[in-house]
Design a protein around this ligand. Structure first.
Ligand code: AFD
Ligand code: MN
Ligand code: MN
Length: 424
């Protein structure tokens, strides 16, 4: 289904007066508001194809109905999101969950919705039907050469699909590791993994990037072969200039200082991609900003500062993606909330008074440094983000429009009440 243009305009008309009032309030004492609105219009966050269905718990799957049954329907769903907020202009695919039968047609369909293909994701954390060798004891790290070869070939195949779709990056997330002391020789596991990544790296087209995603735990619980940013950076440095570290917010040990990690990776020119989500305990995959909004702000603060220090383009030079999918919300509403949270936090980070912060740091004035950050964090920027959406031709209140248009009901009618999208 698609949202009719006049419906969108009707919706905006209804909210416009109140919106303008709020916008005038925030822009009155913010001379840089106009520049920030433009940055918000430009900023795009990729939607992972596996977040469009109701995510499973580790014990079950509770489908909410109307889930996309094919890659084409997943693209349609991201198209809907993009029509509602104009900030979700890319989709990130997982192979083999999303093998494009006819890549040309899939690419054309995405273009119709104004979408491009962001990073491609490989999957060596599950065995697929008919697969020759099992990943039970890991993929690239495996002690068996045949298993390693299979994992390498799979990644190269993913690159090939990506080339057909116009993607320009590969994200490798390995679940490799061990559950018990003594199970693995750490050095050998690292070396095998590095050799595998080197072969995959060699198959990258000239203009592609490779993102090495790390995770400290789960499904392995004693060691992980790409367990933290140090290990990821080690692989990325050994691989070469096209390899980068990818930071997923949910992949750290509790209370890790992610903003510091981000700052240093940016300093080294080795931060490539970002997976947004939120969590209280581990890799909870909760809606962005739902648990620790101040942490997200501090991370964004470092991202903006670090990207500006290197003259990077905020929109294009890092891969921005949501990686969250949960089981109690309508996934499309959840994604709208996540994108909104990202834009709000980005806007707040843009409001940080850098000059004052630097002066406070140089004077060891801890109080003012904290004031500067918290002033920005406590600014209500919702009207600015809404204005950016409005200017881009999207809805002032995407969730309100989603509900008043009864989009989920339409999708259920179209696709059925018991559909289950591919994914976890
Ligand atoms: C994992 C990682 C990774 C992967 C995804 C699969 O975050 O990005 O692609 O889940 O659903 O935890
Ligand atoms: Mn991730
Ligand atoms: Mn994860």
């Amino acid at each position: 289904m698609q949202i009719e243009k006049y419906k969108l305009e009707e919706h905006n008309q209804q909210f416009l007066k109140e919106h303008k009032r709020k916008l005038d309030f925030i822009t009155a004492d913010k001379p840089n508001a106009e520049a920030i609105i433009q940055k918000l219009v430009d900023f795009q966050v990729a939607i992972p194809s596996w977040a469009l269905g109701t995510g499973g718990t580790r014990f079950g799957r509770f489908s909410g109905g109307g889930e996309p049954r094919s890659l084409e329907e997943k693209i349609e769903d991201v198209g809907l999101l993009h029509a509602l907020n104009r900030s979700s202009g890319a989709v990130s695919l997982h192979i083999p969950w999303d093998i494009p039968g006819d890549a040309k047609a899939v690419k054309a369909l995405a273009a119709q919705f104004g979408l491009r293909f962001d990073a491609m994701n490989s999957n060596t954390f599950q065995d697929q039907p008919g697969q020759k060798h099992t990943y039970k004891y890991g993929s690239l790290q495996n002690v068996k050469k045949d298993v390693r070869r299979q994992a390498i070939e799979h990644n190269i195949e993913v690159i090939r699909y990506g080339v057909e779709l116009g993607s320009e990056s590969l994200t490798v997330w390995l679940s490799d590791g061990s559950c018990f002391p003594g199970q693995l020789n750490f050095r050998q596991a690292f070396q095998h993994t590095l050799e595998g990544l080197q072969e995959i790296y060699a198959a990258l087209p000239a203009d592609w990037k490779m993102f090495v995603e790390y995770k400290a735990f789960e499904p392995n619980f004693y060691s992980t072969t790409v367990g933290d940013w140090g290990q990821s950076l080690l692989y990325a440095s050994k691989l070469g200039p096209k390899a980068y570290t990818l930071v997923d917010l949910g992949h750290h040990l509790p209370n890790a200082n992610i903003e510091q990690i981000v700052a240093l990776l940016l300093m080294e020119g080795k931060l490539g991609g970002f997976h947004f989500n939120d969590s209280k305990y581990g890799d909870d995959d909760l809606t962005v900003g739902s648990i620790k909004p101040y942490q997200l702000f501090l991370i964004f603060n470092e991202l903006v500062e670090g990207m500006d220090a290197r003259g990077m383009d905020h929109t294009r030079d890092l891969g921005w993606m949501i990686d969250a999918s949960h089981n109690v919300k309508d996934p499309l509403e959840d994604l709208l909330q996540s994108v909104e949270a990202i834009l709000l936090t980005y806007a707040q980070a843009l409001f940080v008074d850098r000059k004052r912060l630097v002066a406070a740091q140089q004077a060891n004035d801890t109080v003012v440094a904290q004031e500067v950050l918290q002033n920005a964090f406590r600014t209500d920027v919702r009207a600015l983000v809404a204005e950016a959406r409005f200017r881009a031709g999207a809805a002032l209140d995407p969730i309100a429009l989603y509900r008043s248009e009864k989009i989920r009901e339409h999708l259920i009618k179209e696709r059925g009440a018991v559909t289950v999208a591919t994914g976890l």
